[in-house]
Structures are given as structure tokens and as C-alpha cells.
Write a protein that binds this ligand. Structure first.
Ligand code: ZN
Ligand code: ZN
Ligand code: FE
Length: 754
């Protein structure tokens, strides 16, 4: 395999490239290291185990003066390097002032706040050039103190001395602060009464949390709601008040040791948890552990992370136990970042608010990742990653703005061979999120001081982002098909050159097709210039359209109806009442408000409901996640038959097989495993047909359905066994959070066609 690493930080002129050269040579790895405008790029080849070891040793053995702010890596296909070389610095790329992401507190700052004699002992805003807030405090470029939200604090003499001393760790650390001159912590009652400050405030909120209370804490990119993760009553109370029925909640642990006791983790998990981005990592919990059951209810998987600001460290150290740390937001609204918003919005939820005077310039939610097949797959790329650029294998001819999607939205700006993706905006379901969206587009253009020549949106006429593009960028706007953009995003992050053609598998929930129907199971050939849809699921009806997405019982019944016709009502079990079944049969029969879809996400929903895993859903993809977790419990290579007819994948035999197995008492986990196997086989078989016709061997997997680890692992195995080269997401999410990257590179097709 080939490992590609992009690093930012203090890594130029500190002996970093010679170090990489020595390390690679010692480990007999071939490849190169190169300086470029945003940092250092390394590519190296070897087997997976030695590449993993190489990755771990970069951080561990790096030169003393080198400081790594961010490290992005992906495993790519082998190209055949010969020896290891230090390449001359990349030229031709215009120097873009880098805007750094927020960086978790470094070891040195941590030891200072923990040491009783240090002048920053117990100080919650300690930072240095190696750590601290960046993206969330910058008001404009260049990144200097007057251009941050720290501008209003005047440095004291001691801080000034550190700031101006080239030998000091805080030389030009823009957010530099100390208890003398920097922000203070203030604890308020939710009614707005100041209770106490600083160390006293930390002690007081710890006490409230230990008593089972819920408090709001101002973090880096917004407020969190915190409660004791080991206290079932507290967690249940938080769920009820936040109106968050079942979706698992993220848990912050005081230390990596605590995580090890509760979850089975390996060296790569540990590296991700301890990295400078400190993302939320999704893990399956050990059978018996200290977490309250309500943290994740029916779902096996819990998001876990470590403290990333001095404030979190100080607090968790006192608490000495895991806390639920969930974004403070109201249903459908973005994360709260201002004090006024917090006091008004969290009235019914938190009893107290811990805040401070350092203003948050832009909202930034925690990032969420999962380790699948030894690769870090982002589910949400936000704090700690945004706005680190994604490097492209080619240069864009003009600046491009991509407007993203509707769900899990991000926007992106492409300049030359870099794509700057915004933080997570979320689902655009409220006027507040619409405002956040607009803010983020304008912010990105301002921050990188760019006017786009080309603007790209999705094709869906109902998306807020599409309408936004039509309104503000009409003459520059081009629209790109949703699933094609998914494939392009995965091609781009895998550094595929602009002459490449691949087999693309885009499986997701919904996307607007070029024929006006709802797509979601696209198997295509694709290049940056265009795509040809080769296969897709047999379209089925969604009775009630969006209502069927919210109530997958409708989707399940539609699938049963298409597979069994008149017998569907006998096969539905207790899925629906008799009255509901008659009503839905009527809708399907007469085709009343029942749009056609070929969505793979809907098929997963429907199967989960046919198997009785859920009666309703309370969060996105819930049913499909439970189906995935069932599959993980069974081992079998059996599968259900399917037919390929022309471009149609006929999945009706799969549904009949699932229902027959269910009715003859086969275990649900076995049925789910067989179902997953069938979908992976559909991918392999159709890819083979396309390979026979075109000779293409590279298969790109994208779309939200590929967050399903069971499906992804099975698919990777089958494709590799058949001689394909599968490519997956490691830098941007497979879901719509990655769409803006694909939209940016789709501009190549529009430029060539005009
Ligand atoms: Zn530091
Ligand atoms: Zn100071
Ligand atoms: Fe999508």
C-alpha cells in the first residue's frame, strides 16, 4: 500500500525532512518527502503493518523543534516508488495564508496548568504556539492578535516578554494569556446571577455535576451540555430536557486509561484519540462498564473523546469520571456560541452556565470519526480539521465555490490545488441553520480573500443551498448530480489525477436524479468530466414521500408490496395495523403521492423494519445502524439471490429471501449478515461487468451507506479478492459532509464543456 501524509505545523527548517528520510530508510520504505505551501507532504509504500508503525513513529520520534499541528493521512494504491528521496519544494502554488484549525492543548501547557507553582497553574486559557484556539478566534487574516477575538485583552508584561522572545515557546502565540491579563471563568445561574469565578467556579460546577445536575460550558467552537456519564438519572434527565430520544451522546473521558477500561482499543485508536484534532471516536463498549445505559440505549456504539482545552482538562481532573459532553443546541438549530443565546436557549435544560470573555468567532462542532478496516473514516469533519485544505493531484483553473447539500452540509472553496472545506453546518432545517449557512459561505470567501469564478450546487430544486446559489450566484452557477459529486469527492481525496476514470458506487439515502426521481444506488463509470449511470436498484415507491423517510414502516410495506403483491398484508406481521395496510395498499396501487426511488439507504431502512428491529426512528439512519450491528454478530457467507437485468438490479428476490427466513425463524443477525453479503455481491458483480466492458479496475465507494462498517469490510474483501482496487474515504465523510469537495472538482467538467 501507499501511505500519503499531509502535515501542517512548525515542520519546515527544523530538520523534519531529513528525519523522515532517516526513518523511512531505517524501515526500508520507499517514497518521498516534500515541503509545500501548507506544510509537508510524505508518500511512502510498504505493507500495512510497517506503514502503521511509520505513522506512529513520526509523532513519537520527530525532531525536538518540530511541532505538528495537524496530520492527515490516507492509504492509497501502490504506485511503485524506488528508494526514498527528499524532493525539492513544490513550486507554482501561490502562497495562501494558512488558517489553522483549533489545536488541542499540548503536553507542556498541560503540565503547566497542573503544576502548583507555575504562574498558569489552574488557568483555563493557557496556550502556546503549539496549541490553542485558531479557527474559532480568527476575525480576519493575517493571523495576528489584533485579528483575533483576543484583541480586546492587553498583554501583561510577563506575557509580552514571552510573546516577543524568539526562544520562548510562546513567541508570537497569538492567543497568549495568563491569569493576570487573560479571560476569566465565570459561573452564572441560568437566570444570569454571577455565582463565583475561576478555580472556585470549577469546584462548584464539579459539585453540581456530581450531584446529577446539567450545566452548560463554553468550549472552543460553542457550548456543551455536561452531565455525569455514570449517573443514569442525570443522563435520562438530559435526554428528556434536550428532547434527544435515543441518539447516542458523546462522552469525554479524563484520560486514555479510562477509555481503555471501558472500550477495546488498539494503537491506532489511541493515536486518533490523542491526536491534535482530538475528534470524537465511535467505539463499541465492553459488555460491562461504568457508563450509564442511557448514554447509548439500543445502539452499541458510543462516541468517545479526550479533553482538548485546558478548561476541559481542569474540570475532568476534578471530576475524575467520564461526562456526557453533547453540543448545546436546540432541535434543528446550530450549536450555541454566544452567552445571550445560551442564557435564553438553555433555560429549560441547564441549571448553570460556565462561561468566559473570550468570544467565539465562528461555531465549530466536535468532529466524529470511526476506524474501519484500519482507516480513519470521518463521519463529521469539523473542529480540529477545518479549514485544513484537502490537497488535489491537479490544479483548478479558477477559484470554485461549492455550496454543498441539505443534510450534514459543508461548503468548500477550491483554490489551485487545495480545497478548503468549512466546518460542519449540519442539516439545514431551520432559519437559524440557514443563517449559519449564509454566515459560513461569506466567512470562507472573506477568510481566503477570494471571489469564485465558478459556483457549484446540487441539482435538487428543494435544497436551501441550491436556492441560495440561484439567488446569489445565478450567472456563475452550475449544478452537479448528487451521487456523481459523492464519487468525485472520494476520487479527489484519493489524489486521483484529472485524467482518471473509475467505477463509482454511490449508495446513500436520497439525491435528486437527472431524471427527476430520487436516486441513491448509483453504480457508474466516472471521471472528473462526467459520468455514465450503469446500474441501479429497481425503483420502488415511497408512499407519502418524505413521510416514508420519517416513518420507514411505509418504506417496509412498499418493499413487501413490490415483492409479494396481494400477499404483502399477510407478510407484514404486526408492522402496521390492518387499517394502515389497507390505506397504504391503496396509495401504492393508485400511485397516490408515492414517488419512485432507487435509494439503497431506504432499502436498508425497510429491511430493518421488516425484521422488526424498530417500530419508529428517532434519528437519522437509526434503523440501518441497528441492522449493521446485527450483521456484526453473525458469521456466514450465505446470501440472497438478486437479478441483473440491463441496468436494473432486481432486489425483489432479496426481500422474499429475507421475509422467508424471518418467517421460518432464522436468527435476525444471520438474516442481516446474509443481506449485507448480498449487497456486497451486487457491488462485486456489477463492477465485474463494467470491468469486462471498460477494463477499469479502480472502484470508488462513497455515500452515507458506506458508513456501515460491515458492508464496507465485506465489499473491500470481495473487491480485493476479485482483483479490483477499491478506494474509500479517509479525509472527508462518505455522507453529504464530503459532497462539497466533489462539487469543487466537478468544475473541471463544466470548464471543459464551456
Ligand atoms: Zn501549548
Ligand atoms: Zn499575561
Ligand atoms: Fe448523499
Amino acid at each position: 500500500m501507499r501511505l500519503k501524509i499531509s502535515l501542517t505545523g512548525l515542520i519546515q527548517g527544523v530538520g523534519f525532512r531529513p528525519f523522515i528520510h532517516r526513518l523511512a530508510s531505517e524501515m526500508s520504505l520507499a517514497g518521498y518527502v516534500q515541503n509545500d505551501s501548507s506544510g509537508v507532504t510524505i508518500e511512502t509504500e510498504g505493507n500495512k503493518a510497517s506503514l502503521d508503525a511509520f505513522l506512529l513513529r513520526i509523532e513519537r520520534d520527530k525532531p525536538e523543534l518540530a511541532k505538528i499541528y495537524t496530520l492527515q493521512f490516507s492509504f492509497l494504491n501502490h504506485t511503485g516508488f524506488c528508494g526514498f528521496e527528499i524532493r525539492p519544494s513544490a513550486e507554482g502554488t501561490k502562497k495562501i495564508t494558512p488558517v489553522l484549525p483549533d489545536i488541542a492543548i499540548c503536553a507542556e501547557c498541560q503540565s503547566e496548568i497542573e503544576s502548583p507553582d507555575d504562574r498558569r497553574s489552574g488557568y483555563a486559557f493557557t496556550n502556546c504556539t503549539n496549541c490553542g484556539p485558531r479557527y474559532t478566534i480568527i476575525t480576519e487574516i493575517p493571523y495576528d492578535r489584533p485579528n483575533t477575538t483576543m484583541a480586546e485583552f492587553n498583554m501583561c508584561a510577563a506575557c509580552e516578554k514571552e510573546y516577543t522572545d524568539p526562544d520562548d515557546r510562546r513567541f508570537h502565540a497569538q492567543p497568549i494569556a495568563c491569569p493576570e491579563c487573560g479571560p476569566d471563568l465565570s459561573l452564572f445561574s441560568i437566570a444570569g446571577k454571577l455565582i463565583c469565578k475561576d478555580k472556585e467556579a470549577l469546584a462548584k460546577i464539579s459539585h453540581i455535576i456530581l450531584q446529577g445536575g446539567i450545566i452548560a460550558v463554553k468550549g472552543l467552537g460553542g457550548f456543551h451540555l455536561l452531565c455525569d456519564a455514570t449517573n443514569e438519572d442525570a443522563v435520562t434527565d438530559l435526554r428528556k430536557k434536550k428532547k434527544r430520544d435515543e441518539k447516542p451522546m458523546a462522552v469525554m473521558f479524563p484520560s486514555i486509561e479510562g477509555i481503555k477500561k471501558t472500550f477495546n482499543i488498539d494503537a491506532l485508536h489511541e493515536q486518533i484519540l490523542c491526536s491534535t484534532a482530538k475528534p470524537v471516536l465511535l467505539l463499541g463498549r465492553k459488555p460491562s462498564n461504568i457508563l450509564a445505559p442511557s448514554v447509548s440505549l439500543d445502539n452499541d456504539s458510543v462516541g468517545v473523546f479526550l479533553p482538548y482545552t485546558p478548561l476541559h482538562h481542569l474540570l475532568l481532573k476534578i471530576l475524575n469520571r467520564p461526562v456526557v459532553a453533547t453540543s448545546a443546541n436546540l432541535t434543528d438549530e446550530p450549536i450555541i456560541m454566544g452567552d445571550d443565546e445560551a442564557f435564553a436557549g438553555l433555560r429549560e435544560i441547564a441549571s448553570h452556565i460556565l462561561t468566559h470573555e473570550r468570544k467565539i468567532q465562528r461555531r465549530c462542532d466536535d468532529s466524529v470519526v470511526k476506524l474501519i478496516a484500519g482507516k480513519m473514516v470521518p463521519f463529521r469533519r469539523s473542529r480540529g480539521f477545518a479549514p485544513v485544505p484537502i490537497p488535489l493531484a491537479f490544479s483548478l483553473p479558477a477559484p470554485v465555490l461549492a455550496l454543498g447539500s441539505q443534510m450534514n452540509c459543508t461548503v468548500a472553496l477550491g483554490i489551485e490545488d487545495r480545497v478548503y472545506i468549512s466546518q460542519h453546518i449540519g442539516d439545514i432545517d431551520s432559519t437559524q441553520t440557514e443563517a449559519f449557512y449564509e454566515e459560513t459561505v461569506n466567512d470562507l470567501l472573506k477568510l481566503f480573500n477570494t471571489t469564485p469564478d465558478i459556483v457549484i450546487s446540487d441539482m435538487h430544486p428543494g435544497y436551501y443551498s441550491t436556492r441560495y446559489g440561484e439567488r446569489y450566484f445565478k450567472e456563475k452557477l452550475n449544478k452537479v448530480q448528487h451521487h456523481y459529486a459523492h464519487i468525485l469527492s472520494c476520487m479527489a481525496e484519493n489524489s486521483l489525477g484529472n485524467d482518471r476514470e473509475v467505477i463509482g458506487i454511490a449508495f446513500d439515502g436520497t439525491g435528486h436524479g437527472t431524471d427527476g426521481t430520487i436516486w441513491g444506488s448509483e453504480i457508474m463509470t466516472a471521471s472528473y468530466k462526467g459520468f455514465i449511470r450503469k446500474f441501479h436498484l429497481l425503483p420502488f415507491q415511497l408512499p407519502g414521500g418524505d413521510m416514508a423517510i420519517k416513518d420507514p414502516r411505509r418504506t417496509a410495506f412498499s418493499l413487501l408490496y413490490s415483492a409479494f403483491k396481494k400477499d404483502a398484508q399477510n407478510r407484514a406481521g404486526d408492522l402496521l395495523s390492518a387499517k394502515e395496510q389497507i390505506f397504504l395498499t391503496e396509495m401504492l396501487n393508485k400511485n397516490i403521492r408515492s414517488p419512485l426511488t432507487s435509494s439503497m439507504g431506504r432499502l436498508f431502512d425497510g429491511i430493518a423494519f421488516i425484521l422488526g428491529l424498530r417500530r419508529q426512528v428517532s434519528y437519522n439512519a437509526q434503523a440501518a445502524i441497528l441492522l449493521e450491528q446485527q450483521a456484526a454478530r453473525a458469521v456466514t457467507t450465505e446470501y440472497y439471490d438478486f437479478n441483473l437485468r440491463g441496468e436494473i438490479i432486481d432486489h425483489l428476490p432479496i426481500i422474499r429471501g429475507v421475509v422467508n427466513d424471518r418467517d421460518s425463524g432464522i436468527q435476525i443477525c444471520t438474516i442481516s449478515r446474509k443481506f449485507h453479503n448480498s449487497i456486497a455481491l451486487i457491488i462485486r458483480d456489477t463492477a465485474k461487468l463494467i470491468r469486462e466492458e471498460t477494463g477499469i479496475k479502480e472502484v470508488v465507494l462513497s455515500g452515507g451507506v458506506f458508513q456501515n462498517a460491515e458492508l464496507l469490510l465485506m465489499t473491500l474483501n470481495l473487491l480485493q479478492d476479485s482483483g479490483f482496487k477499491p478506494l474509500v474515504h479517509q479525509l472527508v465523510p462518505p455522507n453529504d459532509g464530503g459532497l462539497s469537495l466533489g462539487q469543487v472538482v466537478s468544475s473541471l467538467g463544466f470548464i471543459n464543456s464551456t
